[in-house]
Design a protein around this ligand. Structure first.
Ligand code: 2NL
Length: 350
């Protein structure tokens, strides 16, 4: 190539190169322009490789100009590169912009199980009356669960059809009530005794809307000097009013339990109809809440208490039954299904 051909090729390398760089739309396009402008087949490269054909002076002159063109092209590339990077960066800021003042997604807090709330509410009422809370083993000795409580050898609830025995000897069972806890309290301490014993109990029942084979029982026991049936009635009246309503009366109906004598079942006036009869009280006007009575003398003797000096009363209730009554739950099995639609109905309910 002649010097003038090379000279115009160099011009074209510059103007065409700058145009190609200016035409690039994005970083990828700029990469392609870089290859076309500075690559091995670019006009500028062709000028460089042709330099060796020139004489010394022309080679130096054109070489210098080729270097200047290269510097300008590199400068232009560099400038566009920076512009693309800045645009990309500000795009990202825009894209990833986050409003930190927006409220977050509120985590859903769990709550206490409705049955737990009922148990705590009942235990709280007796705490307020000066009772302590006691617990004991769920796997119990038959002697504490039945014998000490004055259940005779023939009592039907002792049978394998009604009670879960552990092993073959008949000496160990799943407690059928929390009474053995109270026997253990009496065994290990002298009067005055004022305790409530909430806990899990087991009976071999067929499940239906009002029966489970495991239920939460709460029993209470007071043994002191001069305790009478009047103390029983006054205490349970206070308890029922606290739980169901300030002005609701109770009544005691004679009943039988081996561990109390005399024994009674306690009803509270229906908190829905106040005695006139409705669906909740099954037209009775009254709702059965618990069993109770004066601690039977053989139990006090078993505990080694002075029976001339001490008397006591006791009571027991099923927490599921009370919770179902209080909340209008038609089937106590709901308490154990762990269906969140059911459980969430009690959110925030005291
Ligand atoms: C019920 C009836 C009752 C008792 C439990 C008791 C405990 C001792 C002494 C005397 Cl250590 N009595 N407990 C008394 C009467 C009734 O429970 O219907 N429970 C679900």
């Amino acid at each position: 190539m002649s010097i003038s051909e090379l000279s115009s090729l160099l011009k074209e390398a510059e103007t065409g190169g700058l145009a190609a760089i200016a035409a690039a739309r994005d970083q990828a396009g700029l990469g392609r322009a870089r290859a076309a402008v500075l690559g091995r087949k670019a006009p500028l490269a062709r000028v460089r490789s042709a330099l060796s054909d020139l004489d010394e002076e022309q080679r130096r002159e054109l070489g210098r100009r080729a270097n200047e063109v290269r510097t300008r092209l590199e400068g232009a590339l560099e400038q566009r590169e920076r512009a693309f990077r800045a645009a990309e960066e500000s795009n990202r800021w825009q894209r990833e912009r986050l409003d930190v003042t927006l409220p977050g997604d509120e985590p859903r807090l769990g709550g206490l199980h409705p049955l737990t709330k009922t148990i705590w509410e009942i235990v709280d009422i007796f705490s307020g009356l000066g009772y302590r809370v006691a617990d004991g083993p769920e796997v119990e000795l038959t002697s504490y669960n039945f014998d000490a409580l004055n259940f005779d050898a023939q009592h039907p609830s002792r049978s394998e059809q009604e009670t879960y025995y552990i092993g073959e000897t008949g000496e160990v069972l799943l407690r059928t009530h929390t009474s053995p806890v109270q026997m253990r309290v009496m065994e290990s301490s002298e009067p005055p005794v004022y305790v409530v014993c909430p806990g899990r109990t087991y009976r071999r029942d067929v499940l239906d809307p009002t029966h489970l084979n495991s239920f939460a029982q709460i029993e209470g026991l007071a043994v002191d000097e001069g305790i009478t049936m009047a103390d029983l009635k006054g205490t349970l009246q206070a308890f029922a009013r606290e739980l169901f309503g300030r002005d609701l009366d109770i009544r005691l109906r004679p009943h039988f339990f081996p561990f109390t004598e005399p024994s009674a079942e306690m009803d509270v006036l229906c908190f829905v109809c106040r005695g006139s009869g409705c669906r909740v009280c099954k037209q009775e006007g009254w709702i059965e809440i618990l069993g109770c009575g004066m601690v039977n003398v053989p139990l006090l003797e078993w505990a080694g208490y002075d029976i001339e000096r001490y008397t006591g009363f006791a009571f027991g209730l099923g927490a599921e039954r009370v919770a179902a009554l209080a909340h209008g739950v038609p089937d106590i099995r709901y308490f154990y299904e762990n269906d969140l639609r059911f459980l969430r109905a009690f959110e925030g309910v005291a």
